[in-house]
Ligand binder design. Structure first.
Ligand SMILES: NC(=O)c1ccc[n+]([C@@H]2O[C@H](COP(=O)([O-])OP(=O)(O)OC[C@H]3O[C@@H](n4cnc5c(N)ncnc54)[C@H](OP(=O)(O)O)[C@@H]3O)[C@@H](O)[C@H]2O)c1
Length: 334
């Protein structure tokens, strides 16, 4: 199986290459692409690979093409590559909400994949973490509404986001003039910024709409009320979420705790807390601080905290898991 990674020098693309190696995916040849050529810029299985400029011509003939190059690259190259028979696994938002296109988190809705599917968008990172955590609750007690406040890391805005946070932190420490923010709407160091993406006419940010719409699609609950406030925080990697929900049926913390314990890709912390720095570099969604809003034994209103590395489970690991699922089902040949 020959594989291309578009955006291989970026935060997500670099992690895809790393996860392909870590998980021993049967890749015969790996070819990294970006917006320009760079010699020996990507490491894979002990080799240093040249990065080539992406183009229609250069991307032809791969069995599988991962996109982590932003909306432009996906829009420009993916349709032609699909016509020529490549499987596309795309981290951009371009195709996520198209009808008939599956939006897969293997642990949540891997069963919707069909042999004719060739285009696999990878959902928004915050939505993947949220849906992984919500799935056991949906299955045990149903979901009526979900409200979530997010605490999103700087690397959610790619390398440029990390660089801007680091430059701002350096300036504050050294007393140099703070650089004007360009990636984030306000300086991020020693701050929290309640805007991720542009606001629409009703005041919702682009990120908030993606989390709502994509979570409804992945959970298979198009009518579920999901209300999101997305906030950027001065954390390097891993998104955190404070989740408040109402279930369809009465349930208890004990029943939900058991469901989290048994949940795929979830580490449930019965006691104490979990923070983004502790989960950076890991593939599970960590759930903690489960509590009921009522003192009665059973109820419908609950709250919990969850954290996941958005570059891994929220992007690269989920993308590679989609390929593993296709290999397992025999829809892609090794
Ligand atoms: N960061 C996250 O947490 C996260 C999570 C989920 C999904 N995503 C999505 O994943 C994608 C990549 O995000 P990122 O955070 O990794 O961004 P990034 O760090 O800015 O990296 C972008 C990569 O794309 C390449 N690129 C840009 N334009 C290109 C073009 N026209 N043709 C080919 N390559 C191009 C860049 O190459 P050069 O280095 O040559 O410019 C770089 O390798 C985006 O669609 C983003 O929305 C990101």
């Amino acid at each position: 199986m020959n594989v291309a990674v578009v955006g291989a020098t970026g935060a997500v693309g670099e992690t895809i290459v790393q996860v392909l190696e870590e998980r021993n995916v049967p890749v015969a040849e790996l070819h990294p692409f970006a917006s320009r050529d760079r010699a020996a810029a990507v490491r894979f299985r002990g080799d240093r690979l040249d990065v080539r400029t992406a183009s229609d011509e250069a991307l032809r003939g791969f069995d599988v093409v991962f996109f982590a190059g932003g909306e432009d690259a996906s829009e420009k190259y993916a349709p032609g590559l699909l016509e020529r028979g490549s499987v596309i696994i795309d981290n951009s938002a371009t195709f996520r909400m198209q009808r008939g296109v599956p939006l897969i988190v293997p642990e949540v809705n891997g069963d919707v994949v069909r042999p004719e599917h060739r285009l696999f968008p990878v959902a928004n990172c915050t939505a993947i973490i949220l849906c992984t955590a919500l799935r056991p609750i949906r299955d045990v007690a149903g979901l009526k509404y979900v409200r979530v406040a997010t605490y999103q890391a700087a690397s959610g805005a790619g390398r440029a986001g990390l660089d801007e946070l680091a430059a701002d932190e350096r300036a504050l420490v050294t007393g140099a003039p703070e650089p004007a923010p360009s990636v984030f709407p306000r300086p991020l160091a020693r701050n929290v910024v309640p805007q991720v993406g542009a606001f629409d006419a009703d005041g919702w940010s682009g990120e908030e709409c993606k989390v709502r719409d994509e979570s409804q699609k992945m959970l298979g609950l198009p009518e579920l009320t999901i209300s999101v406030t997305s906030v950027r925080v001065p954390v390097r990697t891993a998104h955190s979420e404070a989740v408040f929900l109402e279930t369809q049926r009465e349930t208890s913390c004990a029943e939900l705790a058991a469901a989290f314990d048994a949940g795929a890709a979830i580490v449930f912390h019965r006691d104490g807390i979990v923070t983004p720095r502790e989960v950076e570099g890991t593939d599970d969604v960590h759930v903690a601080r489960l509590r009921s809003e009522t003192t009665a034994e059973k109820g419908r209103h609950f709250a919990f905290w969850c954290v996941g590395d958005q570059l891994r489970k929220g992007a690269a690991t989920n993308a590679v898991q989609i390929l593993e699922l296709l290999l397992e089902k025999g829809y892609v040949a090794a």
